[in-house]
Design a binder for this molecule. Sequence first.
Ligand code: P6P
Length: 338
Amino acid sequence: MKHKTLTQFLIEQQRLENALPADVRLLIEVVARACKTISHHVSKGALGNVLGSLDSSNVQGEVQKKLDVLSNEILLEANEWGGNLAAMASEEMDSIYPIPHAYPRGGYLLLFDPLDGSSNIDVNVSIGTIFSVLRAPAEADQREIEEADFLQPGTEQVAAGYAVYGPQTVLVLTVGTGTFGFTLDRETHSWILTHEKISIPEDTSEFAINASNMRHWAEPVRRYIDECLAGTTGPRERNFNMRWVASMVADVHRILCRGGIFMYPWDAREPERAGKLRLMYEANPMAFIVEQAGGAATNGTQRIMELQPQQLHERVSVILGSRNEVERVTRYHHEAQR
Ligand code: P6P
């Protein structure tokens, strides 16, 4: 069977679904090529002198891994010259990165977490790159791009995707016409369509949460997980399984492949923080990908993609995956508010 490459898929999306402006197609091709380079460095591990931490921290105050910084640089250098972007933003950079005046400026904004799951880098567990594409406001054409131009709800995304660097390197992508997966063929170095129109089962018996935080959870989360743990002896009348990779990309990929619910909810450890994960370049792109695959994504009470961002690096509570389970957890939150 002739395999369809990412390039052929994107051209067809442009032609058949009219879903893809040429600038966005170029952007996705360039990001995908950068992910190939990141995959190469990740797979070299200790042989490539890329493991371990730097003595620097990112805007989140987290110690930066060598691969975090390298991956960020790869994405910046790959995307700054193309003429399709006005600016970029990254988990690894305090402020936005306007396209240098040496290059032509385009009409899109690219946001990314260059290497998500950093705690797993040095122990050979799957990690990934997450990205989101927004339009630059038209009125910004005549002025410098500002951080406020990025603060758009997730419903404004024109594309989103991730690359998971695991036993296979897989690129998962949506441009609003469904969610598709491409496996990197390491012999031809091509992205090959291997997951056509991914669909998340509406029901699941598998939850993903960091259970060590149990005593800090809000009541609705505690209620939901307690019911799962009660299994056939409780109100759900069936047993549940648990997975927690501590790499959002790996957990979300499993859910896209076989269903499940992923939860990183608000907890009382830092009550003023809405959650751990970042809205603009983790939760929003993953929510777009999951919704396009028939799943759901809320912060416990609201659809994540409808949240109005207030800050570039703001955090959010994340409940996403199989629609019926996400709706149940969200219902428990609404019941607790009454
Ligand atoms: P914890 C990785 O650092 C990350 O941002 C997500 O990819 C992952 O789901 C979460 O944090 C893991 O957090 O608290 O379990 O280490």
